[in-house]
Ligand binder design. Structure first.
Ligand SMILES: Cc1cc2nc3c(=O)[nH]c(=O)nc-3n(C[C@H](O)[C@H](O)[C@H](O)COP(=O)(O)O)c2cc1C
Length: 145
C-alpha cells in the first residue's frame, strides 16, 4: 500500500481542514496517509520513507509560515469569530478595502472544495494509478442476476 505524508502549517484551522479533506480522498483510494501539523513534526522524520509528500500552508501578508516557505498550497477563509479583537478589526479593514465580506459576527469560507478534490484525486493518480476495470468485472456488474 503506498503511503503519503501531508504536512501543514495553520494559524486558524482552515489549512488543517483542507489537509483532512485531502487525506479522506487519498484514504478512499487505498493510500495510507500521515497528516501532521508542521509544529509537531519530529526532527528525525525522513521524507524518503513516503511515496508522496503534500505540504500546505496558510498565507499571511503574501507569505507562508517560515518553516514552510518553499511550498504553497490553497487555503481561504475569513474566520472573524476566531480572531482576537485587534486582528478582527484589521481583517475587517483589509476586507473592506478589498471589497470582501465584512460581517464580523460570522465566519466566511472561500476554499474551492472542488479544486481540493481535483488536486487530491490527481495526486492519488500519481501515487497509485486507478485499477483498470476488467471486462469480466464490468459484465458481472451489469448482469441481471
Ligand atoms: C494577518 C493575516 C494576513 C493575511 N494575508 C493574506 C495574504 O497576503 N494573501 C491571502 O491570500 N490571504 C491572506 N490572509 C488570509 C488567510 O490566508 C486565510 O485566512 C487562511 O484561510 C488562513 O489559513 P489558516 O486558517 O490555516 O490559518 C491573511 C489572513 C490574516 C489573518
Amino acid at each position: 500500500m503506498p503511503n503519503v505524508l501531508i504536512v501543514y502549517g495553520t494559524s486558524h484551522g482552515q489549512t488543517r481542514k483542507i489537509a483532512r479533506r485531502i487525506e479522506e480522498h487519498l484514504v478512499a483510494r487505498g493510500i495510507a496517509v500521515e497528516a501532521h501539523d508542521v509544529r509537531n513534526l519530529s526532527r528525525t522524520f525522513q521524507v524518503s520513507q513516503y511515496d508522496g509528500v503534500i505540504v500546505g500552508g496558510r498565507i499571511w501578508m503574501s507569505k507562508v509560515p517560515k518553516n514552510l516557505r518553499e511550498f504553497v498550497i490553497f487555503a481561504g477563509a475569513l474566520p472573524y469569530t476566531r480572531y482576537h479583537f485587534f486582528l478582527r478589526w484589521v481583517m475587517k479593514r483589509i476586507a473592506t478595502m478589498a471589497g470582501r465580506d465584512t460581517d464580523t459576527s460570522r465566519d466566511y469560507e472561500y476554499t474551492d472544495w472542488d479544486e481540493v478534490a481535483r488536486f487530491a484525486e490527481e495526486f492519488a493518480d500519481q501515487v497509485q494509478p486507478r485499477a483498470r476495470v476488467q471486462p469480466e468485472t464490468r459484465a458481472a456488474a451489469v448482469s441481471p442476476l
